[in-house]
Design a binder for this molecule. Sequence first.
Ligand SMILES: Cc1ncc(COP(=O)(O)O)c(C=O)c1O
Length: 344
Amino acid sequence: MTSLLDNFTARLSKFPSVGLVDVPTPLRPMPRLSEHLGGPNIWIKRDDATHISSGGNKLRKLDRVLYTAVEQGCDTLVSGGVPQSNSQRQVATAAAILGLDAALCVFTGRVENDSVLYQNSGNIVLNTLFGATLYPTPWAGDRNGPIKALAEKLRAQGRKPFVVPYGVSNAMGALSYSSVIAEIAAQTDEAGIMPKAIIAASGSGGTQAGVSLGVQACLPDTAAICIDVDADAARVMADAVQYAGEAATLLDIDFDPGQMRLESGYSGEAYGIIAPSTVEAMTLCARLEGVILDPVYTGKALAGLIGLIRAGEFARGEDVVFIHTGGAPATFAYADVINDALSP
Ligand SMILES: Cc1ncc(COP(=O)(O)O)c(C=O)c1O
């Protein structure tokens, strides 16, 4: 294992970062949740516990993606997402830290939620706090077209924009995210365990790409299982396969997309809409482990792990790692839905 890890780490280190995240993030056991579910020992990788911006998986991606922005002397990060996008909030944070401006397309209509909370609290108020300029943009299904168009508009005005793709998902984002697996490989080795599976949410696909790539390179006996939160598994998988393949080429390592696994059935009726299994997962995690999950990504991902455990996928005594990819600010934007679901 060590030589695989050393080899992978050496390849990753050739790609410089801007130093946004304090790593490694902690890996902790979840004994009460594991006992309650009566299945494997569940460990949680706290990628929400980075030291800035309420944390999250996008900071790890941005760490290398933004190296180019700094190197090219860009002055404005341009990106896009829904009002409660964690990605946007982390782009806005990174811009503040690096002394850049942030221009963000806020896609209206992708998530059907007109509540005052959803439209104004949680992540979106943090974007404003970090100083980002918000551009309301009607959602038409194209994730990156409007972001590129906004960048061109700003360029015509004399700015030097840098396009951060939707979800910070591209080859470099995936490559950068695969560092989480190198950390998990070292941490599980130190804990004396070999995880049967590593579980994470998948939406724009970059996280799944990085996790799958890292697992194949560092932990070949472990399964990388991602949970579709977009209610659009075919698209999510196609994007993840593309980013993982491109990242493997950058790293000059072999990669087999046939081993990638995406579970559907836990996203609820649509992206951004809470399902009963989401509320159950969030409640169990909060009440048994004191850990806040979010309603859009990690709540659904843990619901997926719970579903797999109940379906008998793992035996008692086996170890699985659940990656907490962040998202806590969005919980407050869904306070009305959560209160309704939990009221006696
Ligand atoms: C908290 C959280 N978890 C998981 C994901 C999924 O990551 P990806 O978009 O790379 O699939 C996101 C994406 O926004 C997120 O915000």
